[in-house]
Unconditional design. Structure first.
Length: 317
């Protein structure tokens, strides 16, 4: 997705450590968010990448910032009313109300805040993500969400795990601005957010059937894409990796119009075709390429390749 980046690397090189931080902080205050920040003793570095996903914003920060706080004043002057769902991507942080920081946030855990002041204290270098959701959208869908602020969502919460994986997948997906898919994507994110934060009631029950299934499907697709070259990859193996049954994995994929074996075959064939037409692999034998992308039967590879692309692997070189 198109991303907006804001990094300390773009600051004037002649500035010293403190000057770079102060300039970065002033720009951050003016263009991103009004918060108090402090830095560690390491040379100042900060990198922010933000993506707009329909009405939502997902931003990732990595920096030598070791303290960030939203005070009641910052909340009052905020230009938009949003819930912030902060996910710790680095080492353990300490979170809580300013002056009362006593909650540990292990890697992968998250906390919701909006109207409550919040402070995060960390290490010399930290990494976190903020998912910003319009308060009206969330409150209309999940009444009582405001009362869930400040509670820790543990890293092993299934919906949170699926949400993290789903957001990570979106970062590497090229969805054009204005794509009709953004409505579906943002809805899935809100569904998983609601489940992760413990939403209750009729709407949450609908979200449960819709959000978890969508999140699990994306997790399955992610596993397949990462491991399709493994000849031993199967639906039961993917299910074992994700805590699902092989039958459920097959069912998830069937709902998209393709079976597990069809998806694996397509990925392997596309990979093989790319290698065959790449000069960097011209010295490799066709059989070696077939084995490398996951085929164990060369005859089957040849038949499948010709059926898919209309020519033999040798003719494709």
């Amino acid at each position: 997705m198109p991303a907006k980046t804001f990094t300390s690397a773009s600051l004037p090189e002649h500035l010293n450590h403190q000057e770079r931080f102060r300039l970065w902080r002033d720009i951050y205050y003016a263009e991103v968010a009004s918060v108090e920040v402090g830095i560690s003793d390491l040379p100042f570095e900060a990198s922010l990448e933000a993506n707009a996903i329909g009405p939502l914003t997902f931003a990732k920060m990595s920096a030598t910032i070791n303290r960030a706080a939203r005070t009641p004043h910052h909340i009052r002057v905020a230009r938009t009313e949003t819930y912030l769902f902060t996910i710790n991507l680095g080492k353990t942080l300490i979170a809580g109300h300013p002056g009362e920081s006593d909650m540990t946030m292990p890697t992968g855990s998250a906390i919701l805040h909006a109207t409550q002041a919040q402070e995060f204290v960390g290490n010399t270098r930290n990494s976190w993500a903020n998912l910003a959701l319009p308060r009206k959208l969330v409150d209309d869908k999940f009444p009582g969400m405001e009362g869930r602020q400040g509670a820790l969502v543990p890293s092993d919460n299934e919906a949170l795990t699926l949400l993290r994986n789903y957001l990570a997948m979106l970062e590497s997906t090229d969805l054009p601005v204005g794509s009709v898919l953004f409505d579906h994507v943002s809805e899935t994110i809100v569904d998983l957010f609601g489940l992760a934060t413990g939403a209750k009631g009729g709407e949450a029950e609908l979200v449960g059937t819709r959000g978890l299934r969508a999140g699990r499907l994306q997790a399955v697709l992610r596993q397949i894409k990462s491991n399709y070259r493994n000849p031993a990859l199967s639906a039961p193996v993917v299910g074992l990796q994700l805590g699902l049954s092989g039958r459920y994995v097959q069912d998830l994929l069937a709902s998209t119009g393709g079976s597990f074996s069809e998806r694996i075959l397509e990925l392997r064939l596309q990979d093989a075709k790319t290698m065959l037409t790449d000069a960097r692999h011209q010295d490799k034998r066709i059989g070696d390429i077939a084995m490398e992308v996951g085929f164990s039967d060369i005859s089957y590879f040849n038949r499948s390749f010709k059926k898919r692309f209309g020519c033999s692997p040798g003719a494709a070189r």
